[in-house]
Design a protein around this ligand. Structure first.
Ligand code: MV4
Length: 725
């Protein structure tokens, strides 16, 4: 370091604005506050109660929920920055982070944009400009054409020169859009026209470049850091090959099995790339790495990336701290040789999505959230807490789970353990999918390429869950929830306690069937919009319960002959039917005996659902209890009560298109009551039996959750009985 650099002691920032939301806003705030910097958050109408707003020192409303009106509203954000008197703006990733105009506007208003110059952003935003610059820095490029001339003849000429297969790429493309593989010369013109149309629609520019299409490549990227004093270093690599439709799912550092010489050559190429454009701050240079061990420049991202924590875990550095120092004019804290790489880190992205329905983003409430404890091995970056909504306006990422250990194998084991402890209910997530992914031998052997998920799709089908067990655990939990341990109750409660009252119970408990309780459960709707219904009959034994599912005996009772005869065995022998279960519920944690098998599960009980986390699976069951009025009607003959489902529930999350009935109306079985719409498909909700509408819970335009009660209908038969009673 030169004496001048050492002499340069910039005054640290005291207040910054974070022009972002979610986990990255929280992550930036954490470092800034640790450094004594005050943080100003911005929030859209959807984020008033968001975690990033709560942890910030102050926060300003930025605009309505849609991103163009809030987190992309650069004018409004700059106004807030002036009003809040911040010195700098951290853009995070996404939103305005790679918007050159915004970076320039910040600078022009005397605010420091925590990132590179507008010029560097502009250059790297064009794939052809980036390639042209990289060529001057001797960074290896995929053979192809990235010239200015865009007439069909020129493009066709270069297409012939390059050979096939080749890839047409939009110069301003991103996210896998505006890209097409051309396998034969005679496909060229048609592919060109289609790709140009797509590019024009998506990016407002249809300039193209052509590259030789490389197959079986890995995505390996280099984290670089440059200061304003001419220093630039690289911080190992990350392998981000495991992605689905250009959405990264798992990232790791360092890139596994990369020869030392390649690590150095790639790192130095990335530094050369950054130096050529006078880059400042954090950046990532992406390469394609092929089976021959060659690497090629793909693009440069001029921001802090989502997956930066894996680099932090293996270097022990805080990259946001570095960004703040460098933006403030300080020199890089380390030289290249001082950078030490230790162990292996893996990150998985936990998304709110339905992995069984083509990974469509899920939105809704995180009704339950239980995370593995953070440690030197486990880090969780998240912007949500239990009870928060995942709104449809923004990226559905719930959290990043990052693990570290001395070796890749140990890190995978850590990740498996941590994922098993990651429990979310109320919204669909990809956690089960991630657990399966970690079981794939090719993943464990680091046999990676960008087609990984396509190649191994067959191994990533949902695992078979023992539904009997899940039903038993659910039934037992509902039973235990309403039946606290006898001794403590007698000891501690002397007066009336409504919670103990049979009228408060929702398990289907009945006065006139004192020893047998009925629990009705149903699976959530499948693709064909139907569900399986189950009736569990629990008969109280001296210890635990004897349970029948749908009145049937369990399929194959496994008796272990060597096993000593336990009380359970004796009772089962006596009854010679059903399962014998018992257990204890401590909060959400259930310990149960199912026959002789002692198992642990987590159960989350809500008014409409019960979610059972068991053996790495998460099963949501709908509670199909009968309505209170029927349960409370002691005069009802016991044989009809449970056979009628009078709760008419939404088969899916969606919008009420129309309500076709009103309170008091007498309807026939099969008569349509409500029309719902979800994912652009309409569906009628019909009366399951003839009866009288007693309650209508929603009106046109309302949004309803899957399983929400829509209509209450009292079956005619029941009314008749009531009148008799
Ligand atoms: C490629 C390629 C093969 N050959 N270029 C995808 C995103 C865009 N930024 C560049 N991409 C690719 N460019 C040539 N000449 C394969 C991909 C590619 C890919 C790259 C990184 C990570 C995942 C990918 C998935 C499909 C295709």
């Amino acid at each position: 370091m030169s004496p001048q650099v050492l002499a340069h002691q910039p005054r640290p920032f005291t207040k910054i604005l974070i022009a972002n939301r979610g986990e990255i806003a929280c992550r930036i705030i954490a470092t800034a506050q640790r450094l004594g910097i005050k943080c100003v958050a911005i929030y859209s109408a959807a984020d008033i109660n968001a975690r990033h707003v709560k942890i910030a020192d102050e926060a300003f409303y930025v605009g309505p929920a849609p991103a163009p009106e809030s987190y992309l509203n650069s004018q409004r954000i700059l106004t807030i920055a002036q009003q809040a008197k911040v010195q700098a703006i951290h853009p995070g990733y996404g939103f305005l982070s790679e918007n050159a105009e915004f970076a320039l506007a910040c600078t022009q208003q005397g605010l420091i944009f925590i990132g590179p110059s507008a010029e560097a952003i502009t250059t790297m935003g064009s794939k052809s400009a980036a390639k042209a610059i990289m060529a001057t820095a001797d960074v290896p490029l995929v053979p192809g054409y990235h010239g200015k001339a865009q007439d069909e003849k020129t493009l066709k000429h270069h297409s012939q020169q390059i050979g096939y297969p080749q890839l047409l790429k939009a110069v301003y493309g991103g996210g896998g859009k505006g890209m097409r593989v051309v396998y034969r010369a005679d496909e060229f013109y048609q592919a060109l026209a289609a790709t140009k149309r797509e590019a024009m629609a998506s990016f407002g520019n249809d300039d193209m470049l052509i590259e030789r299409y490389l197959t079986k490549t890995r995505h390996v990227e280099i984290q670089i850091f440059s200061d304003n004093h001419g220093n630039c270093i690289y911080l190992s690599q990350r392998d981000c090959s495991i992605q689905r439709r250009h959405q990264k799912i798992l990232e790791e550092a360092p890139a596994p099995a990369l020869p030392q010489a390649t690590q150095i050559a790639m790192g130095e190429a990335a530094v050369a790339a950054a130096k050529t454009i006078n880059y400042q701050g954090a950046g990532t240079v992406e390469f394609l790495y092929d089976e021959q061990g060659q690497f090629y420049f793909m693009e440069m991202n001029t921001r802090l990336q989502v997956e930066h924590p894996v680099t932090e875990m293996i270097t022990g550095l805080d990259l946001v701290e570095w960004q703040l120092h460098i933006a403030n004019g300080a020199p890089l804290p380390l030289t290249q040789t001082q950078v030490k790489i230790n162990g292996h880190a893996i990150e998985v992205r936990i998304y709110a999505e339905d992995t069984e329905k083509d990974f469509i983003p899920a939105s809704g409430n995180i009704a339950y959230l239980s995370q593995p404890p953070a440690s030197q091995h486990v880090r969780i970056d998240t912007g949500v807490i239990q009870g928060d909504e995942i709104s449809p306006y923004y990226d559905p990422m719930i959290a990043k789970l990052i693990v570290w250990d001395h070796t890749r194998d140990l890190a995978i084991a850590r990740l498996q353990t941590a994922l098993a402890k990651y429990k979310i209910a109320g919204i669909k997530t990809n956690i089960g999918f991630l657990m399966q992914l970690l079981q794939v031998p090719a993943l464990q052997q680091a046999s990676l390429n960008t087609d990984f998920l396509l190649t191994h799709a067959a191994l990533l089908t949902p695992t078979h869950v023992n539904l009997d067990y899940v039903l038993l655990l659910a039934g037992l939990s509902l039973q235990l929830q309403n039946e606290p341990p006898l001794q403590p109750y007698l000891a501690n409660n002397s007066g009336n306690n409504d919670l103990q009252s049979p009228w408060s119970q929702t398990t289907g408990w009945r006065l006139n069937q004192s020893s047998t309780n009925t629990v009705k459960l149903a699976t959530t709707h499948n693709d064909n919009n139907d569900r399986q219904h189950y009736t569990l009959r629990l008969t109280k034994l001296t210890q635990g319960y004897q349970v029948q599912i749908n009145g049937q005996h369990p399929h194959q009772q496994k008796h272990s002959p060597q096993h000593c005869l336990l009380a359970h065995d004796l009772q089962r022998t006596a009854l010679s039917t059903g399962y014998i279960i018992s257990g204890e519920l401590n909060g959400d944690e259930l310990t149960a005996f199912i026959d002789d098998h002692r198992v642990k599960a987590t159960v989350v009980i809500s008014p409409l659902h019960i979610t059972v986390f068991y053996a790495g699976n998460n099963t949501v069951l709908c509670r199909q209890s009968v309505t209170q009025s029927i349960v409370q009607n002691q005069a009802l003959p016991s044989n009809i009560d449970n056979e009628f489902e009078t709760r008419i529930t939404a088969p899916m999350h969606g919008v009420i298109v129309s309500v076709l009935c009103q309170v008091g109306q007498i309807v026939d079985a099969g008569e349509p009551l409500v029309v719902m719409e979800a994912m652009k498909m309409e569906c009628n909700i019909n009366a399951p039996v003839a009866g009288t509408i007693t309650t209508v819970f929603y009106q046109e335009g309302d949004m309803v959750e899957d399983g929400a009660e829509l209509i209450q209908l009292t079956p005619s038969l029941i009314l008749d009985n009531k009148e008799q009673a």
